[in-house]
Design a binder for this molecule. Sequence first.
Ligand SMILES: Cc1cc2nc3c(=O)[nH]c(=O)nc-3n(C[C@H](O)[C@H](O)[C@H](O)COP(=O)(O)OP(=O)(O)OC[C@H]3O[C@@H](n4cnc5c(N)ncnc54)[C@H](O)[C@@H]3O)c2cc1C
Length: 426
Amino acid sequence: MDSRFDFLILGGGIAGITAAETIRSRDAAASVAVVGAEPWRPYSRVALADVVTGDKSGPELELRPPGHWPARGIELVTGRRAVAVDADAHEVAFDDGSRLGYGKLLIATGARPRRLDVPGADLLLSADGQGAVAGAAEASSPAVHYLREMDDALRLKDALVGGEPVLVYGSGFVALEMAVAAHERGANVTVAMRGPDFFHREVSTAGREAIALELVTHGLEVKPGVMVVSLKTEDGYASAEFSDGSELAVRQVLVGLGLEANVDFLEESGLLVGGQLKADEEMRVAPDIYAAGDVAVFPDVLSGRAHARATWQDALLQGRAAALNMLGGHERLTSVTGHAVACFDLPIAFLGDSACPDAMNVERDYSDGSSVRLFFKDNRLVGATCVGKFVERTAATKLMTDRRPIPADRLAELADPAMPLASLLG
Ligand SMILES: Cc1cc2nc3c(=O)[nH]c(=O)nc-3n(C[C@H](O)[C@H](O)[C@H](O)COP(=O)(O)OP(=O)(O)OC[C@H]3O[C@@H](n4cnc5c(N)ncnc54)[C@H](O)[C@@H]3O)c2cc1C
């Protein structure tokens, strides 16, 4: 073993660094290390689209000044990837051959984009930018892009050329962010998706129509109900073939098809259950081992279902709670969390468990054009989404926080936006 830390944290994202800082704020003497695979010091992942558009540089996204880590006695290691965990020996092996011991371990390795799995998904653009050829030796840049890491954002920024056609494939928030960013960079954007529209399960019908209108108004083309079945080279462009038989010549394909947790290195560790890293309500996976952030599947306090919440606020709160519990506490997460994305000028907000598959939902369309979808499980509000101004956000948050059951006859009345949500608060 090369060194041993009282607290070893894998992953330098918001979950990992919040945990490290929380531990240091409570324990001045403990040895603490954060080891992350990316070459960058911790940065704001939620602002990556600003790097794609050129509004921000990579260093501007850094979350803390470089001196922050040594000043707090936190050993920050970048560019080193964990490859195995030996829970019995309390040791982690890394890709450079080193091994680190730990007293308590936090796994906060996040998630990566689900890859496009079709013939030609490895198309590379030739060095002169004039062609797209599969696997050519002289090829320099991929035709298919993802957006998760700083290097993805920098690559995408360089690849996007004003006026060139670009395909965005997906219907979630990263796909939407990529579509808006590519448009702002001057690309000619078509968005294709398997379903009928963006956020089909989460957002109200009127809200989804407003998103589609916003995209079309900005000149983006939307191609719903299709899958990309292959990519090939044609006349110097990547040609995408769709499941309806149509084809589109594009310079780049930007893929946002959801996430896969970064748990591969745990395969031999005995820590995975059904391929997932499952944490209990105190973020504990096994004795002395905890998990936080996008990598962790965790019981949702509102809906009760176990899932990875995959938002910035959740990752931060989970990192903090895990740290307090690694220090001997019994912290549980009870807050109602949310996240937001903008489709150009149209705000879209997600609150609580807004993707709960077995929840019943009610839609409220307001006279100002905004629209809310509320999700109920066992007559309790467990989630809400809003497209437009979320005027009743405070009432919705309070209803979720209180876990107050709502009588069935009142639920039926909720489709009328004239009935204030606050009237259910009693
Ligand atoms: C473009 C984009 C926009 C987003 N916008 C929003 C938003 O507006 N609001 C919101 O709430 N959320 C947003 N998110 C999601 C949010 O960024 C994540 O939920 C959050 O960053 C998760 O933090 P984390 O610490 O769990 O994981 P990550 O931030 O993914 O950090 C994990 C780190 O661990 C490293 N790692 C992986 N494997 C290993 C290994 N084996 N060894 C060592 N290190 C490893 C990774 O390289 C990574 O640096 C966005 C995400 C993206 C990509």
